[in-house]
Design a protein around this ligand. Structure first.
Ligand code: HEC
Ligand code: HEC
Length: 269
């Protein structure tokens, strides 16, 4: 199976770093993580970067070959952690054009710069995916028929999760497996219930809610059905996704396009 590791390892690192940060927040000392990494701090870091760093590294931080200032939006050659970036900014890189910032620059401002540089590697605009998001958008509502089950920005069905911001919670690797192997780890909300009532009628639908007295399901036409437990003759719970795998019905480049589209779905859009 294909994977996107070469495209999004930065995201993985960021997620790993974030995990570390959460765990280590209460600790003191230089490994305590960056406390200055709110959107406000990132914005402040960006403004400082534009004033003091962009003449060498460029306004987009993509670097300048003539000066020899590296692209800061990808994996950094000299720093593998926020502390590493911090040290470079504080101490500079001896023997190169990369000078240390003034010793009187407040700690908070250095950490805001670190937060800004760190944010560059998780910015979707800097993660180079092979597919085309606009082609993926057409597939989503066209040939793929994804919108019969999924809603994006208020348009679409309710037979699957709302995907309006799926790019914030799923990385490209996970989105790929969502499309190829959707049956893994299905949340109870998306289980299918097959109900036979005491009068012999069968109904099938998504499990809306269930308690010791009864059950509500939503069928494929988005109709709700309620049953009290005493009414139910038999009940089958299918803990698999109703979403089909697309590994056979869509080709590799169509899958890539859909992943690029899904990954682009965020709050800002
Ligand atoms: C005068 C040009 C210049 C300015 C201004 C400058 N840099 Fe640099 N920077 C460089 C050069 C050249 C290197 C590469 C040095 C080397 O590794 O040979 C570098 C390297 C770096 C690195 C390490 C990159 C890596 O791949 O490991 C970071 C991080 C960095 N700079 C951040 C900053 C920040 C933040 C600022 C603003 C406070 C800044 N730089 C200002 C020239 C500059
Ligand atoms: C028959 C209804 C149905 C269709 C058609 C369908 N899905 Fe799904 N999809 C679901 C359900 C139900 C889930 C939740 C269960 C699961 O994770 O498999 C889901 C989950 C997902 C997820 C994971 C969402 C999350 O928040 O974790 C993604 C991404 C997704 N679908 C994308 C697509 C795309 C793209 C298409 C079209 C190529 C598609 N789906 C077609 C029903 C559907």
């Amino acid at each position: 199976m294909r994977n996107y590791s070469q495209f999004w390892w930065k995201g993985l690192l960021a997620i790993a770093a974030y995990g570390l940060l959460l765990v280590s927040l209460p600790a003191q000392g230089e490994d305590a993580g960056n406390l200055y990494n709110t959107p406000y701090d990132i914005g402040a870091g960006e403004r400082y970067f534009e004033r003091q760093c962009s003449r060498c590294h460029g306004f987009d931080a993509k670097g300048d070959d003539e000066i020899g200032a590296p692209d800061l939006t990808g994996r950094l050659a000299r720093a593998s952690s926020n502390v590493g970036i911090y040290n470079i900014i504080r101490e500079g890189i001896p023997g190169t054009a990369m000078l240390a910032v003034g010793a009187n620059l407040p700690e908070a401002q250095v950490w805001q710069l670190v937060a800004y540089i760190d944010s560059l590697s998780t910015d979707p605009a800097n993660i180079d995916l092979p597919g085309s998001a606009s082609a993926g958008n057409s597939l989503f509502t066209g040939k793929g028929d994804c919108d019969s089950c999924h809603m994006v920005n208020g348009q679409g069905g309710r037979q699957g999760p709302d995907l309006s911001r799926v790019g914030e919670r799923r990385d490209p690797e996970q989105l790929l497996s969502d499309l190829l192997t959707p049956h893994q780890e299905v949340a109870p909300r998306w289980w299918t219930m097959r109900v036979t009532s005491s009068d012999g009628t069968h109904r099938e639908g998504l499990r809306m809610n269930e308690d010791s007295f009864g059950l509500r399901i939503m069928d494929a036409d988005a109709k709700l059905w309620a049953f009290s437990k005493s009414q139910i003759q038999s009940l089958e719970r299918v803990e698999e996704s109703t979403m089909p795998s697309y590994s056979q019905t869509l080709n590799d480049s169509e899958i890539d396009d859909l992943v690029a589209y899904l990954f682009s779905l965020r709050k800002e859009n």
